[in-house]
Design a binder for this molecule. Structure first.
Ligand code: GLN
Length: 486
């Protein structure tokens, strides 16, 4: 095994890998093998549900052959990546880490995956998640819990915990996640990598297992902001298969300012409600965020405190609106069309209830019940309608804040990675981990998390936010912040 461990090397920046593959200096086939070897060597972390190795090797050979034949190489030529297992990808089942989708073979691929492949990227594996992306620790996976790369007794965050751990463990240069209420940002913070949640509508939901359609977005988890910007640049924008998508920024997202003067005079608001939650914000998290703020100020940014009075309500609103949409989206798993069908049913009615009863895990059932309840007549006005009204208030408060400042910032979660099992039997406690990520999701604004320090040896990620469609500016700020904190 010593050979295996030694063969695990760190990845170069993605643009450099692709350039070396394009010039023939590196071979796509070797990069795929490096990924697969690392995945095998670090199997104990349980970040991966399945590899797509046969298809990955074939694609790598084809890419190397095309380059040798002088065909143009893509911007991600030969770059391996790992997709969260709620992306439809050829070469392995798509399970969303749920028993009900076990054995489901994608009939088509996610638009995001197709766009990455068109530039030469190669999917090598599917990452673990909380089943259907419901959760913040991967403990709700119907299969197994992923371990935090820094401490195997702790969670990696979630729901894109497998993707975050895989990147930090060098299994691939980047991974794909989905974020509905924090599922890219919180695992990036807990595991120690960069996680981008783009503006709602800038990423196609086509071919991704739906959670809550009004907040679902796709995004990369990477080792650097530069890598995140490059990957996002490739899949961002309109898609005729998802009518909620909007056009990309004509300036693109990857060619962003790197000079030190850009930050000067930029107005950045520190969210009062996130920093002043006296009891719940861990001291080490507060310190790391404040230290980053000091560096931004010293570099010339104008820092001020900004209050969004309705923001503390976002968690309550989220856990009404999101289960409502989940209950609707999960109704398609009826045992007739997708994957698991109960063999014990004697009629259609029974087939529905037995297939769903066995196929769905506890958390999916909890959310279906909450969602059905808040949408049912008699309760609709009291819960769903009221939640949507408050959601509008939150959207308006963010919009008003962005008239005063260019960016907002705060922590990503009140704590660092918690212990496996610590919150697993207490859904309310688990939901509280989303208190700082749910608001930006409800408002559809872009947010990015990057590591800015550690608390007791565990990573802390800062959360930077911008107004809707300001993803390019947000990436630029993130890149500057990254340079200032290292
Ligand atoms: N932890 C949040 C939840 O459980 C967010 C999940 C997500 O973004 N997919 O809903």
């Amino acid at each position: 095994m010593a050979d295996v461990a030694q063969s695990v090397v760190q990845w170069l920046p993605i643009a450099e890998i692709a350039a070396k593959v394009a010039s023939g200096e590196l071979k796509a086939v070797d990069l795929v093998e490096q990924s697969l070897r690392t995945i095998a060597a670090k199997a104990d972390y349980q970040a991966i549900i399945a590899t797509t190795e046969t298809r990955a090797r074939e694609r790598a050979q084809q890419i190397d052959a095309d380059i040798a034949a002088g065909k143009p190489a893509g911007r991600l030529a030969g770059v391996p990546f790992i997709a969260k297992d709620n992306y439809l990808v050829f070469g392995a089942d798509t399970t969303a880490a749920s028993n009900i989708l076990r054995g489901f073979e994608a009939p088509y691929q996610a638009t995001v995956v197709n766009r990455l492949e068109a530039e030469g990227a190669i999917c090598v594996a599917k990452a673990n998640l909380d089943a259907f992306a419901h959760g913040g620790s991967t403990e709700n996976s119907d299969f197994f819990t992923t371990k935090n790369p820094h401490d195997m007794t702790r969670v990696p965050g979630g729901s894109s915990g497998g993707s975050a751990a895989a990147v930090v463990l060098d299994m691939a240069p980047f991974a794909l996640g989905t974020d509905t209420g924090g599922s890219i940002r919180q695992p990036a913070s807990f595991s120690g990598c960069v996680g981008l949640k783009p503006t709602y509508g800038l990423t196609s939901r086509s071919g991704v297992v739906a959670m809550a359609s009004s907040t679902d977005v796709m995004g990369p988890l990477t080792r650097s902001v530069e890598d995140a910007a490059l990957v996002f640049d490739i899949f961002a924008g309109q898609d005729e298969l998802d009518s909620t998508t909007t056009p990309r920024d004509p300036a693109g997202y990857s060619d962003i300012a790197a000079d030190d003067t850009w930050i000067q005079g930029k107005k950045i608001g520190v969210i009062k409600e996130y920093m002043s939650e006296a009891g719940s914000l861990e001291a080490g998290v507060r310190q790391s965020v404040n230290a980053a703020v000091d560096k931004l100020r010293a570099a010339g940014a104008e820092i001020m405190e900004i209050s969004l009075p309705s923001l503390p309500l976002s968690l309550a609103v989220y856990y009404i609106v999101v289960p409502a949409e989940i209950s609707s989206n999960l109704s398609r798993y009826d045992g007739q069309r997708f994957a698991y069908t109960s063999p014990d049913a004697t009629n259609l009615e029974e087939s529905y209830s037995l297939s769903r009863g066995v196929g769905f895990g506890k958390e999916a059932k909890r959310r279906i019940m909450i969602g059905t309840y808040v949408l049912s007549s008699g309760y609709y006005d009291a819960y769903y309608k009221k939640a949507q009204t408050v959601r509008t208030k939150i959207i308006n408060e963010f919009a008003a804040a962005f008239l005063q400042v260019d960016f907002l910032l705060g922590p990503t979660a009140p704590t660092t990675a918690f212990k496996i099992g610590e919150n697993a039997n207490d859904p309310l406690q688990m939901y509280l981990a989303d208190v700082m990520t749910a608001g930006p999701s409800l408002a559809g604004i872009p947010a990015i998390v990057l590591p800015v320090g550690a608390s007791d040896g565990l990573p802390v990620g800062i959360q930077l936010m911008a107004a809707q469609r300001q993803d390019r500016a947000l990436l630029t700020l993130a890149r500057q912040t990254e340079r200032l904190v290292v």
